[in-house]
Write a protein that binds this ligand. Structure first.
Ligand code: NAD
Length: 257
């Protein structure tokens, strides 16, 4: 499959899953627009490296996904958006009665409302181009809950719901909208939690992974960013043209329980 000639905008893509997806789409020939809220030389250097290694056009556009107008401006600055990957996300863990209001607002804005704004802006471009893919990186927490993650679980369930609506609203067009729901993924964010968890519980790092971090993931193995990039690439393929409005779990069996 080649995505040559298509342009993908991936929100929150200067690290982790978003960056892995950007690499995956670029390797399939898509031009990519990377994004985060920072505007550092190293952010632009990531785009330059992708362009150099894969031969596609790669740009980095600063935009804060907690702000609706920034979300829409990102799509407008991209100029074209055939593939929209809503990936930007943050987390905070607290019991609901102690959950900081500003964290709640930020998580709802970045993890959920940003997808509303970018999708609204991108659909016009997809309709003009006569083809489009909206891919929302939700989570197993878009399908199941865990305590102390009220904002995250609410936002991710919201994204799964929004995905169904966009799938229905575009059902008669050559546009699809789907959510990908990963279990725990080995990103730098999660890697950093392993030694801390081992220390906190007084156990080895292997035990921390199996018994604490992957407690809900029956495979006892992390999802990889490469696997997620593969799922996103598949959703862009002709074979996936009738897959729309759905949530694809990549969670080692978590949500089968
Ligand atoms: P990460 O922290 O490496 O990546 C998050 C990205 O979002 C970064 O590029 C960050 O700069 C960006 N971001 C944060 N705030 C932003 C803002 N205001 N504006 C623009 N960009 C912003 O984490 P990750 O693990 O790669 O997570 C990516 C997505 O995958 C998130 O939506 C997360 O909820 C989801 N997810 C992660 C896991 C996991 O185990 N890591 C599991 C399921 C779902």
């Amino acid at each position: 499959m080649s995505l040559a000639g298509k342009t993908a905008v991936i929100t929150g893509s200067n690290s982790g899953i978003g960056l892995g997806i950007a690499w995956g789409l670029a390797r399939e020939g898509a031009n990519v627009v990377l994004n985060s809220f920072t505007d550092r030389d190293e952010d632009h250097a990531i785009a330059a490296e992708i362009a150099k290694e894969t031969g596609v056009e790669a740009r980095y556009i600063q935009a804060d996904m907690s702000k609706g107008q920034d979300c829409r401006a990102l799509i407008e600055k991209a100029g074209v958006c055939d593939i929209l990957v809503n990936n930007a996300g943050i987390q905070n863990v607290d019991p609901i009665e102690a959950f900081p209001v500003e964290k709640w607002d930020a998580i709802i804005a970045i993890n959920m409302s940003s997808a509303f704004h970018t999708t609204a802006a991108a659909l016009q471009m997809m309709r003009k181009a006569g083809w489009g893919r909206v891919i929302n990186i939700a989570s197993a927490h878009g399908l199941r809950a865990s305590p102390f993650k009220s904002a995250y679980v609410t936002a991710k369930h919201g994204v799964v719901g929004m995905t169904k609506v966009v799938g229905l609203e575009t059902a008669k067009e050559p546009i699809t909208a789907n959510a990908v729901c990963p279990g725990y993924v080995l990103t730098p964010l999660v890697e950093g939690q392993i030694p801390d968890t081992a220390k906190e519980y007084g156990i080895s790092e292997d035990e921390a992974i199996e018994k604490v971090i992957l407690a809900k993931q029956p495979s006892k193995d992390f999802v990889t960013v490469e696997q997620l990039a593969g799922i996103v690439t598949f959703l862009c393929s002709e074979a996936a043209s009738q897959i729309t409005g759905t949530a694809i779990a990549a969670d080692g069996g978590w949500t089968s329980q």
